[in-house]
Design a protein around this ligand. Structure first.
Ligand code: RUQ
Ligand code: CUA
Length: 673
């Protein structure tokens, strides 16, 4: 410990020339170099800014000189802002947002294009134009991120979105036909055959009306297994199915891996079957749903469930295949085991051998052994819940319990046999050693806490590099803090959330806080962190005329020289090319009432040569990346003179990149004919 601090101090001396460090020789170069800058030496800056050696170390570890690319990329959900954020690490720079469930004008999402995908998420004809994104899931191959696809759920409406990581755009939104809300997803199986979406608050399946008095009999939980067709890059609802579950509130799910591949684990709460009703003098949900000492971990044999589904042993709810609770019991697809106390989080360890559950009201994490679960099932070592689901004996399946602190929520893993658990109430991150099969990885093989670091404040999820894969990377962990309180300038009563970067590469007992990143555009829940070189995004679209909706050349691509306006009765087709710094054509005149189909192609091949296309009053704003072809359609119902222009500052003559869209009023059109 001491030598470590000394090492840090020496590093600071060498690079930052901290006052009080004896070695003026090491300090001299840095000092004389920056000394040219008006005596504003590194030493003086450190002194003036009152930076401690730890501060200097943190700065040195996170500062990226201009042009240096981050080593890691974090995909964070945006909460009820409805999108995904892409953040570089260790610099913690926000690189971009990916519009998913919510229209976003900078990306042109929902302002001319994207409407068809957004409309896939409509509910019974109602337009839903926001989402509550919680859990991003990178696609996996053999249990490790492959950098190809990203999935994310919308808790508010039980929807899953598919994002293509070649162009970081949303390609599909799928509405769950039997659940109105979700929580336990998106989670993928180790080869991304399935995208898991667990429900949360029970309703009748298909969310039909039922009085709350019928809760026990009519309300149900569910988990849905969406088949992902990697070739098509889409979820295939025709090969997907769900399982009916008791009306406990299923919470988080995780997929088994390696030894537990083919199994799925979920935690739950409200096995009390509380129905609230504070207004009638009943216990509110917060009390009613947290009375019992234990709820039930859900242990699901997905491999077998898929066979049962393929054998046709399901019923249909709203047309969607659902394996009934009774079938699940009869076929041995579903087991429970007790989990203390108001459980949250369910995290499968890298080897797939242990499953870690936190108890929001229990200072422990409970570690379950997959092997012991299988033994208990073989031994029929169970009792039953009121719906007839087998409850495996707790003592028979638990491997260990570790007292980590107050309000444990979520657990991540590293490459050194450590687990990390967020502590909401303590506002800390705890590092603890995994025993068992991980004992050979560190000196202290027992199940015990190794270190704790305070965070600011109220951490929900944590995310470590590859922290939920078979191959975690260690090095960094981000604490996704719900409150920032006093960390930043007060931006009125609504404050940003706070992402804090922790160094988890150091000694067992030290996890230094390196960086605070305010997140003022959303309420992120979970994030996943991938090594940047695993992502292979396109720099420009592969060919001119590329349609991102089909990831192929559009039949309506407009090459230079092909620009034209075609009229066919009341239908007008505009074929427009887009390049620095003009649109071609620059004048488009139609008659009021015409139906306009407007094809635009950005014919640029230069990196970052994006153009916008905005038509005022018609609700249109596009983002056309280099090579991209888009088609928009609308009725020219509003007469007038509309100045379309490029909304992306693309060149010195960007302001000249404009044109006129004139809609001749019907009367005038008739009069001149
Ligand atoms: S869970 S509140 Cu990820 Cu802790 Cu949604
Ligand atoms: Cu093109 Cu501005």
């Amino acid at each position: 410990m001491k030598s470590k601090l000394l090492g840090t101090a020496l590093l600071v001396c060498m690079i930052a020339f901290v006052p009080g460090c004896g070695g003026s020789e090491e300090g001299a170069p840095a000092s004389s170099q920056s000394g040219a800058n008006d005596g504003n030496t590194t030493e003086a800056i450190v002194a003036e800014r009152n930076l401690s050696p730890d501060d200097v170390r943190a700065a040195l570890l996170t500062y990226q000189p201009s042009g240096r690319i981050d080593d890691y990329i974090m995909f964070a959900s945006g909460g009820h802002a409805g999108q995904v954020f892409v953040i570089g690490m260790p610099s913690m720079r926000l690189l971009r947002s990916i519009a998913v469930f919510t229209p976003e004008s900078w990306q042109g999402w929902g302002f001319g294009v994207g409407e068809d995908i957004l409309a896939q998420g409509n509910i019974a004809g109602k337009e839903i134009r926001w989402g509550d994104t919680h859990h991003p899931a990178l696609s996996e191959t053999n249990g490790d991120y492959d950098g190809e696809w990203l999935f994310i759920n919308d808790k508010a409406h039980a929807r899953i979105a598919v994002i293509d990581l070649r162009d970081f755009e949303t390609k599909q939104i799928i509405k769950n036909p039997i659940a109105i809300n979700d929580h336990g997803g998106a989670v993928v199986t180790p080869n991304t055959e399935w995208v898991i979406e667990g429900g949360q608050y029970a309703t009748p399946l298909g969310w039909d009306y039922a009085p709350i008095e019928e809760y026990n009999d009519s309300y149900r939980g569910s988990v849905t297994f969406w088949k992902f067709d990697r070739e098509k890059g889409r979820i295939d609802p025709d090969r997907s199915f769900a399982m009916e579950l008791p009306p406990y509130w299923q919470d988080i799910f995780d997929a088994g891996k390696l030894v537990s591949d083919g199994w799925v684990f979920g935690n739950s709460f409200n096995t009390e079957l509380a129905t609230g009703g504070i207004e009638d003098g009943n216990a509110p949900f917060e009390a009613g749903a947290s009375q019992r000492d234990a709820d039930y971990m859900h242990i699901i044999n997905l491999k077998k469930a898929a066979k049962v589904y393929e054998a046709g042993k399901f019923t249909r709810v709203k047309g969607f295949p659902v394996i009934s609770l009774q079938t699940s019991i009869d076929e041995g697809l579903l087991f429970f085991t007790p989990e203390p106390k108001s459980p949250h989080g369910v995290d499968v360890a890298p080897k797939g051998d242990y499953i870690v559950i936190s108890g929001k009201l229990d200072p422990h994490v409970t570690i379950y052994s997959f092997k012991k679960m299988m033994q208990a099932i073989a031994d029929k070592n169970w009792t039953h819940d009121q719906y007839g689901v087998p409850i495996l004996d707790f003592d028979a399946v638990v491997e260990a319990q570790v007292e980590v602190g107050l309000g444990p929520l979520h657990t991540q893993f590293d490459n050194r046999g450590y687990a990390y658990t967020s502590l909401f109430l303590d506002s800390q991150v705890a590092r603890w050693t995994l025993g068992g099969a991980y004992s050979d990885l560190h000196d202290e093989p027992d199940w015990s806490v190794a270190a704790k670091t305070s965070i600011h404040y109220n951490v929900g999820h944590i995310a470590a590099v590859g922290g939920d894969t078979v191959n975690p990377g260690g090095k960094y962990l981000v604490s996704l803090n719900k409150w920032s309180v006093d960390r930043f300038f007060t931006t009125g009563p609504l404050l940003p959330q706070n992402f804090q970067l922790l160094d988890i590469g150091g000694d067992g007992d030290k996890m230094q806080l390196l960086y605070d990143m305010p997140m003022g555009v959303g309420e992120p829940h979970y994030a996943q962190i991938i090594k940047a070189d695993k992502l292979k995004p396109w720099k420009v679209y592969p060919e001119i005329g590329w349609d991102p909706a089909t990831q192929s050349v559009s039949p309506y691509a407009v090459m230079p020289g092909e620009e034209r306006i075609e009229r066919n009765g009341k239908n007008v087709d505009v074929y427009m090319s887009v390049v620095r710094s003009h649109f071609n054509p620059e004048h488009v005149e139609v008659n009021q009432g015409d139906h306009v189909t407007w094809h635009l192609t950005n014919v640029e091949r230069a990196l970052d040569a994006t153009h916008g296309f905005a038509i005022p009053a018609y609700g249109i704003n596009l983002s056309l990346e280099a090579g991209e072809a888009l088609t928009i359609e609308f009725d020219a119902d509003l007469p007038g003179t509309f100045t379309f222009y490029c909304s992306e500052f693309c060149s010195a003559l960007h302001l000249e990149m404009t044109g006129y869209f004139r809609v001749k009023p019907t009367e005038v059109a008739v009069a001149t004919e």
